[in-house]
Write a protein that binds this ligand. Structure first.
Ligand code: ZN
Ligand code: ZN
Length: 140
């Protein structure tokens, strides 16, 4: 977990930054992969005192989502909902079916292929791609 210095951090505008929202923000910003609300809750509990319920995390995440601050994705293998801070651009992940670890792909395969999937009948605005398999540890 990367340490984010409080004094250097400017919170995104358009929201009242309560302590709980700041906690969730810090965890998401320092995360190297998308996290489920339960993982965020655990992380906050490790980092400091935790005086609110996991349902608070869900509420905060849906507020962030409304503001377009986070990207929400649902793991197709097991239905886990995970959130990632929206830093612009997008990433694809390979998800381990053993331990649910997510490994980011170095680039978007669609961009590499330079696929022209725009047609007159359908304007593509986004896409989803998730790979499933087993990480090094679980493949053993
Ligand atoms: Zn694994
Ligand atoms: Zn892509």
């Amino acid at each position: 977990m990367e340490h984010v210095c409080e004094s250097k951090l400017a919170y995104p505008p358009g929201l009242k930054w309560t302590k709980q929202r700041k906690d969730v923000y810090h965890v998401l910003l320092g995360a190297s992969q998308p996290l489920s609300p339960a993982q965020i809750y655990q992380q906050i509990a490790i980092d400091g005192e935790m005086d609110y319920a996991v349902s608070t995390i869900y509420r905060i995440l849906s507020t962030f989502e409304e503001k377009g601050m986070v990207n929400k994705s649902v793991c197709m293998a097991d239905g886990t909902v995970v959130y990632e801070w929206n830093k612009g651009g997008h990433r694809h992940y390979a998800v381990c079916l053993g331990c649910h670890k997510r490994v980011a792909l170095p680039s978007c395969p669609f961009e590499q292929l330079k696929l022209d999937i725009h047609t007159n009948d359908f304007q593509v605005t986004s896409h989803k791609l998730e790979l499933y398999g087993y990480c090094k540890e679980c493949a053993k």
